[in-house]
Design a protein around this ligand. Sequence first.
Ligand code: HAM
Length: 422
Amino acid sequence: MAVNKVKGTYDVLPSESFRWQALEEKIRSILALYNIKEMRTPIMEYSEVFHRQSELSDMVTKETYDFDDRGDRKLTLRPEGTAGIIRSYVENKLYATQELEKVYYIGPNFRYERPQKGRYRQFFQFGVEAIGALDPALDAEMIILSYDFIKRLGLKGVSVRINTLGDDESRKTYQEALISHFEPHKDTLCEDCQARLLKNPLRILDCKVDQTHEAIIQAPTPQDYLNESSKAYFKQVLSHLTAAKIHYEIAPRLVRGLDYYSHIVFEIEADIEGFGAQNVLGGGGRYQKLVKELGGPDLGGIGFAFGMERLLMALEAENIELAVEKPLDAFIIVFNEDIRPKATQILYQLRQANYIADMNYTQKAFKGQLKQALRLNAKYLIILGDDEYQKGVVAIKNTATEVQEEVPFSRIAHYFKENVGK
Ligand code: HAM
């Protein structure tokens, strides 16, 4: 019986993987400009990394893949990158050697969500975390980086939306105001939001069930509850963005779904045909308690993450190719099984000289081999027949110009150097 893939997952087929690689290469080259190094943490963590006692997010209750391993340890497949990075930052005491640690990561995450276009149960994120400092210039850098990144991809119709939740004090007052606001409407809220009311009322503003609910539209915004220092911090972040000429808009209702945020939150949206509700390419914000909660010192951080699938979908919708798959330099066509070892030798020599080369491995006749070579867009055919073999040569044919030349075995690599370069 054939077995299908797990619901909400997808395969990257050989014909598509170069698009992923091109995006990853682009990410790595841009991040190098910002002097940000890669960090790789495990896909599975002890559950308490995500299910922290004090935190009562939706992620905790519903969206994670939790399981007991054979030793009865409670483990969770990471639903996002930040918490695992912070766990490692604390465990490896990175704060002891660096006042500010800036890292990026690319990898799979798992959320038990209802799959739809642009939303999967296994999805890839590219994210950045800057841990150890509270400085408006750093918040601005993270926003500038995400903006720069999207611009460098060539995407248009992109907007950066920014808001502040204020510091812990402001956030707490705001949270209380939200509870008082929603309390009278409790029965009309969706089931999830009723549960969120006391634990994480900010999340109600992000309700996926009913964004047109009157009480949500009428809800107070964090701006009304900011204390002076939070207002000043926000203003400073914006002044850096203005200085750098970054286009942003203040989104007073933006709160973001994850519960660890305070101060700055931001999202990058793209206005892309057919995207619908999944137009958020990425988002992030500042977190001031996460490091301490995971056993580290009282240090804050700020970061963001982009969904790789959404980036690829956006690039496709906009007809942007980050890279074109490289065609073969050469395909060897062999007439006779007895002389194939010579083809193996030539193939190896060409690859040693860094040419992309291949031949047929399914005993196809000449016509079949030729078809395969043309399908692969090979620039040159290397034809090895009995006569050629006896003479110690191959026939090399340029598939674009159809010019064919006889080349001695010992000159093949040289011929490619002269005609293809490298
Ligand atoms: P998030 O908003 O939950 O933030 O996810 C960031 C991005 O990941 C989303 O904007 C979206 O593009 C993508 N994404 C999320 N869930 C899915 C899904 N089920 N399928 C496909 N793509 C998805 C975070 O994860 C935070 N850790 C970001 C952050 C880093 N904040 C501070 N540092």
